[in-house]
Ligand binder design. Structure first.
Ligand code: ATP
Length: 217
């Protein structure tokens, strides 16, 4: 089957300390996988490598079978990758929720009325339409997380890299996110500590432990 992401023998170190080594992973077109692991095991760093934000020490990353030789080369796939960071506080570019969610579509040349309609639909799907006119920086951490997710989902990226998408979310919000992520047929890597959330999305779970990535089941 065709793969969206291939990782070959990737290692990462910070300040000469090895965080993980020799990670090999293939994620097929439309496959969802989850990564668990204890605090500090390197899950966020691994996602950042796949998003082209940091460089591995060694190894190779392929997106759609195209080898990424430098961080610059990730640029051509920027709009195909939806990366949700663990901390979204620096994620926003516009003051209000609706403006921010519309922003990525407007940047792609979508007309204002159409972008507004799509943004409102996305907010409604995620159950946060009441936040439309709110200032993002007045929102709670959980609300900000869902707004950030809305800004990613609206552009329909081919790959979703989601770092703890439900931390700080209440049960209802989590349920909505499960419904939406289950309805999306895209390649997805979800990092989470939340077992029931992960199990409601995918049976394919990996654990980052002792510097290596192993399949749990
Ligand atoms: N820029 C950095 N400077 C110093 N240390 C870093 C940096 N980035 C990551 N680390 C260290 O690398 C290790 C892995 O961090 P990472 O955030 O990837 O772990 P994680 O598995 O996502 O943790 P958590 O579950 O707590 O979010 C940690 O020990 C962290 O302190």
């Amino acid at each position: 089957m065709s793969c969206s992401i291939n990782v070959k023998n990737v290692s990462y170190e910070v300040n000469e300390k090895t965080i993980f080594e020799n990670i090999t992973l293939n994620v097929s077109h439309e496959e969802k996988i989850a990564i668990i692991g204890s605090n500090g095991s390197g899950k966020s760093s691994f996602l950042k490598i796949l998003a082209g934000l940091i460089k591995p020490k060694e190894g190779e990353v392929f997106l759609f079978h195209d080898k990424m030789n430098s961080l610059k080369e990730f640029k051509k796939y920027r709009s195909d990758i939806g990366y949700l960071p663990q901390d979204v506080s620096d994620f926003f570019l516009c003051p209000t929720v609706i403006e921010d969610v519309m922003f990525n579509l407007r940047a792609k040349g979508v007309k204002k009325d159409e972008a507004y309609e799509k943004a409102l639909n996305t907010l409604t799907e995620l159950g946060i339409e009441h936040l439309e006119e709110r200032n993002i920086y007045d929102l709670s951490g959980g609300e900000q997380k869902i707004v950030a997710l809305a800004g990613i989902l609206i552009t329909k990226p081919k790959i979703l890299l989601l770092d703890e998408p439900t931390n700080a979310l209440d049960e209802d919000a989590e349920k909505k996110i499960v419904e939406i992520l289950n309805s999306i047929k895209k390649s997805m890597i979800i990092v989470s500590h939340h077992k029931s959330f992960i199990e409601s999305l995918t049976p394919t779970i990996y654990k980052l432990d002792n510097k290596s990535l192993q399949k749990v089941n």
